[in-house]
Design a protein around this ligand. Sequence first.
Ligand code: NAP
Ligand code: 8YV
Length: 309
Amino acid sequence: MTPNVLKIARLPDMLNERLFAEHAVLEGNEQGSELGAHAAGIRALVANGESKVSRELLGRLPNLEIIVVFGVGYDGVDVAAARERGIAVTHTPDVLTDDVADFAMALLFGIARRTGPADRFVREGKWSEGPIAFTRKVSGARLGIVGLGRIGQAIARRAAGFDMQIAYYGRRQQPVDYRYYDSVKDLAANVDFLVIAVGGGAGTFHLIDAGVLQALGQDGYLVNVGRGSVVDEAALAQALADKRIAGAALDVFEDEPRPHPQLLGLDNVLLTPHMASATWATRKAMSDLTLANLAAHFAGSPLPTPIPA
Ligand code: NAP
Ligand code: 8YV
């Protein structure tokens, strides 16, 4: 069958199996170099939250109608270029919110209570030599959330269960009881834990820079489950190495899958491989929604989850 769906991202097996069973799929890449004679037949493109869907790639697909993103973040998609051509874009909001918020809390606890080093302490037989060093208390601490969207709000709800004092930064104040800061630097200066739950793109690029880290201070911790591009990773690595902040827990990086090399040698950082939404249940729900968007498009039905207008 002539392919009409182009897949350019790594997807879970459970989605691949159904995608290939239900559609005529061409395996390609972000450069569009595998298209050959199939380019004109491609009507749909399947990407993930980390994919780069550039104007150049879209230019190689003259009959593209829809970009289906497996993930809520679509900062890698050139939405302006898609809109100029009337190409629809869908994503997978809501279904992953709980997992990402859960994981943000896991990272926050992991870096504050040092669960990774504690595990190594036991395995390496150091326990018999004496007790482990004390760690940072979380309950009742001050939490700052950058981006109080679906995930940010879910993090706030969880943090409230730990009696944390919650504040946030965003482009606008929201009708919530949490304290609002219109400057991310001011927020950083007034919290113990700064959690990034905002997406990527030009508007948030290096929002967390050396100045914000300085404001967070030597007792402050940074947690990032948003996008790597939001944090100046070189500045962060230097701040951690100099102990100008207490620690950082990062699930996302500027150049995945390659964290800044300096981070790999530091003891005050917790690194995970962009896995906040990676549970079986959520990846199944994301897969279902991805396929539902694709099926709706080909059936001419309303798209379940288009990106916001
Ligand atoms: P969302 O509901 O759209 O929330 C995004 C929040 O960011 C909104 O509150 C928005 O508020 C704020 N925001 C947008 N642009 C901003 C800017 N320039 N400056 C400050 N705040 C800004 O999205 P979500 O579902 O919570 O997802 C958020 C992000 O999490 C995704 O885009 C993705 O990058 C990331 N994510 C990561 C993983 C992972 O595996 N680590 C998994 C899922 C999602 P205002 O419009 O009021 O400013
Ligand atoms: C996924 C994500 O890891 O939803 C997002 O924006 O970053 C994550 O849920 C990713 O999209 C799947 O590769």
